[in-house]
Design a protein around this ligand. Structure first.
Ligand code: UTP
Length: 410
């Protein structure tokens, strides 16, 4: 039984959101039902946190966490790789592509993975990622299950595109889609915007919801049945991303860590990336704006910078540990955003400037729920070419340069 109008009113009153029923009487029966269902499904308890945003990000005591650096990796490459390949061949490793984001900075209406980075030929972001994963499939001579997270805003387009492109040569039975949850989007006072008369404005709830969503979509059962013990989670936008990298997997297993995190050496102490650290003795990530100048320049006992390894959104999680922390509430991140909304006259406005908040959980906060983490250094020019913007830093242009340097024909 879904929610009645009376129940919806009671819930809305509790959270001060009665205004979302403004056009209720104008809706068709199906429209009414859909709105009540959406009100039922929306977590409104988080929204008033935007009124005291500053209090959300209280960090504990930060101390350094040493990374496994390239010389050590190279000295052990063969044996780590062997361990990683064994895990892959035994079916114990799966990959999770986080592709539910809106990619607003890139400015295309299509899912980010559909972006064509080719110049003389077509080469889509999804295709780059699948090509990279195929390298490992060939090396291991074993297929790897790939879970693709989408959101309500891009699910159909993503599924249709990959199907039409024949998964760029990946085997269809090894590709599994699941949708993440959405969260309401509000004005600066925490009041939910309407994007249609019968629809609350929503935004994907951040990439930190991926494991809960995987379970909700029934795929965690599949993970168990397939015997997958490790999930390599990665972002859609890094076209040089090495996925299910056997050496990284092997190093994490051999170091007895429950999570591995690929990291790159900062280019300067003040580079704007989140770096690996310990927070109250547990692995964590300290954002660049949380890092004091003193910490940014601090050295460890070997004379190396103590906070120098930036995360690139490529993590290897142990599934059993993810299940253990699943009930823990992750920190909420409240981010300013341009939110399309109905104005006083019921007309749709697409603002040019941010006009409210989206509410997100982030995958990096999952690290702090883990007892041990291996930061694993990779060579930036070989593995990190993020596409966030159309031009400039971390853009299509910079990624193309890096792809070329790595021998990818454009
Ligand atoms: P970003 O932080 O770059 O966010 O996502 P975004 O929404 O894609 O882009 P902007 O900020 O609007 O320009 C990092 C990774 O996390 C995924 C993205 O698809 C990307 O792979 N992500 C982000 C999700 O899967 N879901 C989300 O809700 C947010």
């Amino acid at each position: 039984m879904s929610m009645t109008l009376e129940q919806a009113k009671a819930k809305l009153e509790q959270y001060g959101q009665q205004h979302v029923l403004k056009y209720y009487e104008e809706l068709s029966e199906t429209g009414k039902r859909a709105l009540l269902d959406q009100i039922d499904a929306t977590d409104m308890s988080i929204l008033d946190a935007c009124l005291h945003k500053e209090e959300l990000a209280q960090k504990g005591e930060i101390t350094p966490l040493a990374a496994m650096q390239i010389p050590e990796i190279e000295a052990n490459r063969e044996s780590f790789t062997k361990t990683g390949l064994e895990a892959i061949r035994a079916g114990r490793v799966g990959a999770v592509l986080l592709a539910g984001g809106m990619g607003t900075r890139l400015g295309s209406d299509d899912p980010k993975g559909m972006y064509n980075v080719g110049i003389t030929r077509e080469l889509y972001i999804f295709e780059c990622l699948i090509n990279n994963l195929m390298d490992v499939v060939k090396q291991a001579d074993a297929w790897i299950h790939l879970f693709v997270m989408t959101s309500d805003k891009n699910h159909d387009a993503t599924v249709a595109f990959l199907k039409e492109k024949n998964y760029f040569g990946y085997r269809e039975e090894y590709v599994h889609f699941f949708e993440q949850e959405m969260a309401a989007a509000t004005d600066y006072n925490g009041k939910i915007y309407l994007e249609e008369k019968g629809k609350l404005s929503t935004s994907p709830n951040g990439n930190g919801g991926w494991f809960v969503s995987l379970k909700r979509c029934g795929l965690l059962n599949f993970v168990h049945e397939a015997g997958i013990e490790w999930l390599n989670v990665f972002a859609v936008d890094n076209v040089l991303q090495r996925i299910a990298d056997p050496c990284f997997i092997g190093a994490t297993i051999r170091k007895n860590c429950v999570v591995g995190s690929k990291v790159v050496r900062k280019s300067a102490p003040d580079e704007k990336v989140g770096v690996m650290c310990l927070e109250d003795g547990k692995p964590s990530i300290v954002e660049y704006y949380e890092l004091t100048e003193e910490m940014a320049n601090a050295k460890d006992e070997n004379g190396d910078y103590a906070y120098y390894f930036g995360v690139i959104l490529n993590y290897l999680f142990k599934v059993a540990e993810l299940e253990r922390m699943m009930e823990n509430k992750l920190q909420l991140h409240i981010v300013e955003k341009k939110i399309p909304y109905l104005n006083e006259n019921g007309e749709l406005v697409k603002p040019e400037q941010p006009n409210g908040y989206k509410f997100e959980n982030l995958v990096l906060d999952m690290i702090h729920e883990m007892d041990s983490c291996l930061p694993f250094e990779v060579v930036r020019e070989k593995e990190f070419a993020p596409i966030k913007n159309a031009t400039g830093v971390d853009s299509v242009e910079s990624a193309r340069e890096l792809l070329k340097k790595n021998g990818v024909e454009l």
